[in-house]
Unconditional design. Structure first.
Length: 215
């Protein structure tokens, strides 16, 4: 039931733009990108970036001569690496050991971006993008090492079913078919949904994406 509510929420977001007819789509295409993902929050310690990818499609709706609405649907990998030292006291003995963990999160992400085209006399046309995203959690796993022990666990039940945030970026349309952009994605809510001790961990991602127009 929870999953159905999340899917309907995403569908409602897309349908909220139904006043723009399909005939107004000026471009549709595929998009692929590299994600440099990490996390921020009060309960994130010793965070390091991990690499992932994003792949999907997009459509463009012109709003006026300079502004275009760009709606995307992406399969996106996010998460964070954490490593450092931890000290514990056990029966009067103090022990320090190294720990490493990698949280791998996968989403179906729907960015709704507003693209402002900067006037240029050359063949390459620069633009800036900004807007919100909403994402449905598809999977969540953690790989960990602590002292001499290691393992892997499915933690999907401890991660919220939906994430949302904002995206800022800039790019360039290389020619009529190819566009390249760099963007920063910042989560606005903690993704941790642990039953007993939910923490503060928000997604943040730096991405480089390339789009290819199919029409």
């Amino acid at each position: 039931m929870k999953r159905m509510v999340l899917i309907l929420t995403i569908m409602a977001l897309i349908l909220s733009f139904s006043n723009v007819s399909m005939a107004q789509i000026t471009e549709k295409g595929v998009k692929v990108g590299l994600n440099l993902a990490s996390a921020t929050g009060d309960d994130v310690k010793d965070a390091k970036s991990k690499t992932g990818f994003a792949v999907g499609g997009y459509v463009l709706y012109p709003l006026n001569e300079s502004v275009t609405m760009q709606i995307e649907a992406l399969y996106a990998q996010k998460g964070v690496k954490m490593e450092g030292e931890e000290t514990i006291t056990y029966y009067g003995y103090t022990m320090t050991y190294d720990y490493k963990s990698t949280i791998n999160l996968t989403y179906i992400e729907i960015p709704v971006l507003f693209r402002y085209d900067i006037q240029s006399s050359g063949n390459m046309k620069p633009y800036i993008i900004a807007g919100p995203y909403i994402a449905l959690t598809m999977g969540a796993k953690v790989k960990w090492e602590s002292g001499d022990e290691s393992g892997s666990d499915d933690i999907k039940d401890d991660i919220k079913g939906m994430d949302y945030g904002v995206i800022l970026g800039a790019g360039v349309k290389v020619n009529e078919k190819i566009s390249i952009d760099a963007r920063y994605s910042m989560g606005l809510t903690s993704v941790d949904d642990s039953e007993h001790d939910a923490g503060d961990m928000k997604n943040k991602v730096i991405s480089v994406t390339a789009g290819y127009a199919l029409n």
